[in-house]
Design a protein around this ligand. Structure first.
Ligand SMILES: *[C@@H]1O[C@H](CO)[C@@H](O)[C@H](O)[C@H]1NC(C)=O
Ligand SMILES: *[C@@H]1O[C@H](CO)[C@@H](O)[C@H](O)[C@H]1NC(C)=O
Ligand SMILES: *[C@@H]1O[C@H](CO)[C@@H](O)[C@H](O)[C@H]1NC(C)=O
Ligand SMILES: *[C@@H]1O[C@H](CO)[C@@H](O)[C@H](O)[C@H]1NC(C)=O
Ligand SMILES: *[C@@H]1O[C@H](CO)[C@@H](O)[C@H](O)[C@H]1NC(C)=O
Ligand SMILES: *[C@@H]1O[C@H](CO)[C@@H](O)[C@H](O)[C@H]1NC(C)=O
Length: 483
C-alpha cells in the first residue's frame, strides 16, 4: 500500500539523515522509532487508519486528563485572556494582491466568475455569503417551510456521540439549543440529505484532521449520516456503520474511522491538534520534554493526504499554557526558539501546513477545507479557573454583543490567501460567537459522575448542536464540487 511504502521511505530517509548527523539524537530516536513502528504496523495491518503510533504522541496533555473521566476541556482563545500579543495587522499586502489565491468562500466576492471556475481559486457559484447570517428557530415564519427540521438527529439517539458531548443523555434539561439552524442572510442552505452525501462519498474517504473541536464535528457528521440510513435494519450498532477497529472511545488514539458499508466509504478523524509535529522525550532523570516542530507536518499526514475530502483545523492549543509559554518549545530544524509568541508560531505552523498542502494534496482528487475558529464562552474565568457557561439557555442575538474578530483568525486567513491550492474556507468564527448557550458546561458528564466544582466545558459543543451547522455548510460547498 502507498502508506506502507511511504513509511519505509521515511525509515530510509531517517537512516540517511542519521548517517549525515543532520538531526539531534532526540529527534532521531523519536522519529526513527515512530517511523519504524509505523512501518511494521502498516506491514502487519495493511490498513491506513491504524498507522499512527500512540508511542510517539505525548500522553494527553493536562487538559485532557485533568480529571479522571474528564474529556477534553479546551482552553479558549478568549478575548479576555488576549493571548495574542503583537504584530500582524491583517492580511499581508502580498496576499491581498492575490486575493483570489487560496480561499474559496463561495459567493463571497460579488461579480460573476466568467472564466468558468476553479483556476482562480474562488468558486463563485453560491448565491450568497453562506457565513453571513443568523441563527433562527426551525419553523420560524421568516424562513422557508421547506427547509430541514432541526435537529438533524434526535437528541440522545446517536450511539456515536461521546459522553463529553452527549448533553441530552447527561441530563441537560433544555433543548432549544438543538433547534436552531443557521440561515445565511441572502440565501438558504440546501437541506443536508445524508443519503445524497453518502452517494457523493461512495468509494471515498473523508477525513477530519485537527483537535477535539474537529472530533466534535466528526461525530456530528457520523451521526447525521447514520440517521439517514434505514434504522429498521439496525442491529443495535448502526445499520452498517461501524468504527473499523470497534473503538468506542475517542480520546486516546490518534485516528479513528467509521465505515458506511453500503457506500464503501469512511469518515475518519486524525488527532493533530497543532497540525505540525509534536515531539516528546524524556531526559535521563526522567523529566518530560515536549516540543513542537513548526517546520514539519504531523506524521499521519502521509495517511490522510490521499483522502478525497479533508477538513483541517487548529487553534485552541496555541495558548500560553499548552505551549510552555512559548519558551524552549518551538523548534525549526535543529533550532529551538528560546522564546516565540503564539501568533508567530501559529503563522509558521500554518505556513508549513499551507506549503505541504500545495505540495502534497492533489486538488484534482482532494477537496481541502479549513474550518475557522470556534468560540469558547467562559464567564468569570478560564477553563481551568472556574470559568463557566451553565445556565445559559439562549444565544447572543445582537451582533454588537459579539467579541472582536480574533487576530489568530486573521493570521489564518492571510496564510490561506497566499496558497496555490484552492481551499474551501469554513468561516464559522463569527457564527459560533453567538452560541454561548450551546456548550456542554456541566453536562459534559453524566449525572452520577458530575461533581460540584468540576471544570466546565465551554469550548466544545453539545450534539446535536452547533457542529451540525458546520457540516451543513460543508455539504453546501461540497455539492458544488462533487455533485
Ligand atoms: C425555548 O424556545 C421557546 C420558543 O422560542 C421559548 O418560548 C422558551 O422560553 C425557550 N426556553 C428557554 C428555556 O429558553
Ligand atoms: C471501495 O473503495 C475503495 C477506495 O476507497 C476502492 O479501492 C474499492 O475498490 C472499493 N470497493 C468496492 C467493493 O467498491
Ligand atoms: C488506543 O488507545 C488505548 C488506550 O490508550 C491503547 O491501549 C491502545 O493500544 C490504542 N490503540 C492503538 C491502535 O493505538
Ligand atoms: C488537474 O487536472 C487538469 C485537467 O485535467 C490538469 O491540467 C492538471 O495538470 C491536473 N493537476 C494535477 C496537479 O494533477
Ligand atoms: C501573487 O501572484 C504573483 C503572480 O501573479 C506571484 O508572483 C506572487 O508570488 C503571488 N503572491 C503570493 C503571496 O501568492
Ligand atoms: C469571515 O467572516 C468574517 C465575519 O464573519 C469576515 O470579517 C471575514 O472577512 C471573513 N473571511 C473571509 C476570508 O471571507
Amino acid at each position: 500500500m502507498g502508506a506502507a511504502a511511504g513509511s519505509s521511505k521515511e525509515v530510509k530517509k531517517l537512516l540517511k539523515k542519521m548517517k549525515q548527523g543532520g538531526v539531534s539524537c532526540f529527534q532521531i530516536s523519536m522519529s526513527f522509532m515512530a517511523a519504524l513502528a509505523t512501518y511494521f504496523l502498516l506491514i502487519h495491518t495493511v490498513r491506513f487508519h491504524l498507522s499512527r503510533i500512540i508511542l510517539l504522541q505525548p500522553p494527553p496533555l493536562p487538559l485532557i486528563t485533568s480529571s479522571s473521566s474528564s474529556s477534553s476541556s479546551c482552553p479558549s482563545i478568549s478575548s479576555s485572556t488576549a493571548p495574542i500579543s503583537n504584530s500582524l495587522s491583517s492580511s499581508s499586502p502580498a496576499a491581498a494582491a492575490n486575493a483570489s489565491g487560496g480561499i474559496e468562500t463561495l459567493g463571497r466576492r460579488s461579480g460573476k466568475n466568467g472564466e468558468g471556475g476553479r483556476s482562480g481559486g474562488v468558486v463563485d457559484v453560491s448565491p450568497c455569503d453562506l457565513f453571513d447570517g443568523r441563527w433562527v428557530e426551525d419553523g420560524d415564519q421568516k424562513s422557508s417551510s421547506t427547509t430541514t427540521t432541526h435537529p438533524l438527529y434526535e437528541p440522545g439517539s446517536c450511539p456515536f456521540v461521546e459522553e463529553a458531548f452527549d448533553c441530552y443523555n447527561n441530563g441537560r434539561p433544555d433543548l432549544n439549543y438543538t433547534r436552531l439552524r443557521w440561515k445565511p442572510k441572502a440565501c438558504s442552505l440546501p437541506r443536508l440529505e445524508g443519503r445524497k452525501l453518502l452517494e457523493m462519498l461512495r468509494g471515498k474517504r473523508l477525513a477530519f484532521v485537527g483537535d477535539s473541536l474537529n472530533r466534535n464535528m466528526w461525530e456530528s457528521l457520523v451521526c447525521i449520516l447514520r440517521s439517514s440510513l434505514d434504522l429498521h435494519k439496525d442491529d443495535g450498532g448502526g445499520s452498517g456503520v461501524y468504527e473499523i477497529t470497534g473503538k468506542k472511545e475517542f480520546r486516546y488514539n490518534n485516528s479513528y474511522a467509521y465505515r458506511y458499508a453500503e457506500y464503501n466509504c469512511t469518515v475518519e478523524f486524525y488527532r493533530a491538534p497543532f497540525l505540525v509535529q509534536e515531539l516528546v522525550a524524556w531526559s535521563s532523570d526522567g523529566a518530560r520534554k515536549e516540543s513542537l516542530r513548526l517546520d514539519l507536518m504531523d506524521e499521519t499526514s502521509s495517511v490522510y493526504k490521499t483522502a478525497d475530502v479533508i477538513i483541517f483545523n487548529t487553534a485552541h492549543w496555541w495558548t500560553h499554557k499548552k505551549t510552555s509559554k512559548g519558551e524552549d518549545f518551538y523548534q525549526e530544524g535543529n533550532h529551538v526558539h528560546r522564546k516565540l509568541s503564539a501568533d508567530d508560531a501559529y503563522r509558521k505552523a500554518l505556513t508549513t501546513w499551507a506549503r505541504w498542502v500545495d505540495e502534497h494534496v492533489d486538488p484534482n482528487r482532494t477537496t481541502a477545507f479549513f474550518r475557522g475558529y470556534s468560540w469558547s464562552h467562559f464567564r468569570g474565568g478560564q477553563w481551568n479557573s472556574g470559568g463557566n457557561c451553565d445556565g445559559e439557555t439562549s444565544p447572543i442575538v445582537e451582533e454588537r454583543h459579539l467579541a472582536k474578530y480574533p487576530k489568530m483568525v486573521k493570521i489564518l486567513e492571510s496564510v490561506i490567501s497566499g496558497m496555490r491550492t484552492p481551499v474551501m474556507y469554513l468561516n464559522i468564527t463569527r457564527m459560533t460567537d453567538y452560541r454561548k448557550e450551546a456548550h456542554p458546561s456541566v453536562y459534559r458528564f453524566s449525572g452520577e459522575k458530575r461533581r460540584r466544582g468540576d471544570s466546565q466545558d465551554c469550548s466544545h459543543w453539545c450534539l446535536p448542536g452547533v457542529p451540525d451547522a458546520w457540516n451543513e455548510l460543508m455539504y453546501a460547498m461540497l455539492l458544488k464540487r462533487l455533485a
